[in-house]
Design a protein around this ligand. Structure first.
Ligand SMILES: [Zn+2]
Length: 261
């Protein structure tokens, strides 16, 4: 399978190859025919380090590394999109994840702040967190704690959620009705946010198929490069296969696509 996620099976769409240790990742890579491209996709610092180690262990340029820093629910959607890329376009995983990110909305409701991985609370937030029923709405992309107690999701097509144990999830503070007709709950077990009560939600405002289609439109190719070393199509600062910097044309110094038109 060309796309391998560095995470647990409960955090990826059905049928996605994944592993959380070096041995498992190497086994997936060795199951791919020699010379056929595959990409390790991570979203945590530990996952990124594991992916690098697995690539080194296999010693192949046909193994790409794509790091997409994101929460569990956002990463689930990113994996779903990157998996739709045709084999010859795996070097575009970064741009697909980037466009998808610009169309997603993710928020986390936490019962307290200040634990590892959560924003550092202000004095007043620390005081508020000491009271039962305290809730903080966090934008995990900006790290901003929003001044609201209620959370209303934007209009979307799919809602991805993850929560602390059902008895403690602060669902009543979240209105996800506009987020989409289809809702999928991820079970993160004990590996979620560091708070007693928490809920994370990601709303996809566009279908992942539309995002990939947009990235593969002929007009989008003006933003891409060809890696000078391996000749693969690529996007961003480095080729995900060779890890060498890409030559950026002067007139295309900013390699971003402004969302989906
Ligand atoms: Zn390359």
């Amino acid at each position: 399978m060309p796309i391998v996620a560095v995470t647990d099976a409960s955090r990826v769409p059905d049928g996605t190859a994944c592993a959380t240790d070096l041995e498992g990742l190497v086994a997936h890579l060795r199951a791919v025919r020699p010379g056929v491209d595959s990409v390790l996709v991570s979203h945590t610092e530990r996952g990124e380090a594991l992916a690098r180690a697995a690539r080194l262990a296999c010693g192949e340029r046909s193994v790409g590394l794509l790091h997409v820093p994101s929460t569990a629910t956002a990463f689930f959607a990113s994996i779903g999109a990157v998996r739709l890329l045709p084999q010859e376009c795996l070097g575009l995983g970064g741009v697909v994840a980037s466009i998808l990110s610009s169309t997603m909305w993710t928020r986390v409701v936490l019962s307290r702040l200040g634990e590892p991985g959560t924003p550092v609370p202000t004095f007043s937030q620390r005081l508020r967190g000491a009271f039962p029923g305290a809730r903080f709405v966090v934008d995990p992309v900006s790290g901003v704690v929003e001044p609201t107690k209620e959370l209303v999701a934007p209009q979307g097509v799919i809602v991805l959620t993850a929560s602390s144990a059902p008895a403690t999830r602060p669902d009543s503070r979240i209105d996800l009705t506009a987020g989409g007709a289809y809702r999928y709950d991820l079970d993160l077990g004990s590996d979620g946010w560091r708070a007693r009560r928490w809920t994370e939600a990601t709303v996809l405002t566009r279908q992942v198929e539309d995002v990939v289609h947009h990235a593969l439109q002929p007009s989008s190719y003006a933003y891409y490069s060809t890696c000078a070393v391996c000749g693969r199509i690529a996007w961003g600062e480095r080729c995900i296969f060779c890890q060498v910097p890409l030559l950026v044309r002067d007139d295309l110094a900013v390699q971003t696509i402004g969302g989906i038109q």
